[in-house]
Design a protein around this ligand. Structure first.
Ligand SMILES: NC(=O)c1ccc[n+]([C@@H]2O[C@H](COP(=O)([O-])OP(=O)(O)OC[C@H]3O[C@@H](n4cnc5c(N)ncnc54)[C@H](O)[C@@H]3O)[C@@H](O)[C@H]2O)c1
Length: 260
C-alpha cells in the first residue's frame, strides 16, 4: 500500500510564518504530521501554529533566526521534547537582496549567505542525529531555479542557492549511511511576499506580473502549497531512493529554451 500518512511523523518547517513555508506547514499538517513552526516573525509564526492546532492538528511555534546555531539547536530540542521524535526538516527560510554586484553592500551579501546558506547548516546539524535516532527521514532544502539560470541583479541570492545545492549533494552522501536523505527543492515563480516584493521593484508591477505568467508554459504561477506537495513526496517513503538531488518545481519555466 502506498503510504502518505504522516500521523506519527514530526516535521520542522523554517520560515513557516508566510509564503512557501506556510504552504509546506499546512500540507504536512493535513497529512497528519506534528509541526514545529519556525519564523523570525513572532506574530505570523504564532498565527500558523495556532491555525494548525485549531484545525485539529498539532503544532508548536519556535521563534528565531535560522542563521543562529542556538536557534537550530532549540528547534530540534523542542521537537524532541514535545513530540518525542523528528523525521523531517524543511529548510525553507530565505531572503533576497534586490541589488546587483555594484550596489550590494558587504553586510547585505553576508546576510543573504547567513540566512539562505548558513541557515541550512545551523538547522540541519542538530536535526540530523535526531532524525537518525527516530529511524530515519529526510531533510529538504528549499533552493530556487536561480541555482541554475538567473537574472542580472541576483548575485548574492544565486550564489547562496547554488551553495545550497552543492552542500545538499555532499551532506546527502555523508548522511545516507545514517538513514537521513537530503534533497534540494527548487521552486520557480511562486505567489508569495518575496514575489510581490520583487514585482514592486518595477515601475509597473502588474505588467511585470503578466509577463511572468506569460513565461509559464501553463500561464499559471505556483502556489505555496504546490511546493508543499513536492516536499511531502520527498519526505515520504515514496521518495526513499531519492537523495543528493534537486527537484525543480517551476511549472516548466526553465524547460523553455527561449520565448517567441
Ligand atoms: N516565492 C518565490 O517565487 C520563490 C522562488 C524560488 C525559491 N523561493 C524560496 O522559497 C523560500 C521561501 O520564500 P517565500 O517566497 O515564501 O518568502 P516569504 O518572504 O514570503 O517568506 C519567508 C518567510 O521566512 C521568514 N524568515 C526570513 N528570514 C528568516 C530567518 N532568518 N529565520 C527564520 N525565518 C525567517 C520570514 O519572516 C517569512 O515568514 C525562500 O528560501 C526562497 O528563496 C521562493
Amino acid at each position: 500500500m502506498i503510504n502518505m500518512d504522516f500521523s506519527n511523523k514530526v516535521v520542522i518547517v523554517t520560515g513557516a510564518g508566510a509564503g512557501i513555508g506556510k504552504g509546506i506547514a499546512r500540507v504536512f499538517a493535513r497529512a497528519g504530521a506534528k509541526v514545529v513552526v519556525n519564523d523570525i516573525n513572532k506574530k505570523t509564526g504564532n498565527v500558523i501554529a495556532e491555525e494548525i492546532n485549531a484545525g485539529g492538528g498539532e503544532a508548536i511555534f519556535v521563534h528565531g533566526d535560522v542563521s543562529k546555531p542556538s536557534v537550530g539547536i532549540r528547534m530540534a530540542q523542542i521537537a524532541w521534547k514535545k513530540f518525542g521524535a523528528l523525521h523531517t526538516l524543511v529548510n525553507n527560510a530565505g531572503i533576497f537582496v534586490l541589488k546587483g554586484l555594484l550596489d550590494t553592500t558587504p553586510a547585505e551579501w553576508d546576510k543573504t549567505m547567513a540566512v539562505d546558506l548558513r541557515g541550512i547548516y545551523c538547522c540541519s546539524r542538530p536535526a540530523a542525529p535526531l532524525i537518525e535516532k527516530s529511524g530515519g527521514g529526510a531533510i529538504i532544502n528549499i533552493a530556487s531555479v536561480h541555482y541554475r539560470s538567473t537574472l542580472a541583479g541576483f548575485a548574492a541570492y544565486a550564489a547562496a542557492k547554488g551553495g545550497v545545492v552543492g552542500a545538499t549533494r555532499s551532506i546527502a552522501l555523508e548522511l545516507a549511511p545514517r538513514g537521513v536523505r537530503m534533497n534540494a527543492l527548487c521552486p520557480g515563480f511562486t505567489e508569495t511576499e518575496i514575489y510581490t516584493q520583487w514585482l514592486n521593484t518595477f515601475p509597473n508591477p502588474k505588467k511585470k506580473d503578466a509577463e511572468c505568467r506569460k513565461l509559464q508554459p501553463s500561464g499559471k504561477l505556483s502556489q505555496p502549497e504546490d511546493i508543499g506537495y513536492a516536499a511531502l513526496f520527498l519526505a515520504s517513503d515514496l521518495g526513499k531512493m531519492i537523495t543528493g538531488t534537486t527537484l525543480i518545481v517551476d511549472g516548466g519555466l526553465t524547460a523553455r529554451l527561449y520565448q517567441d
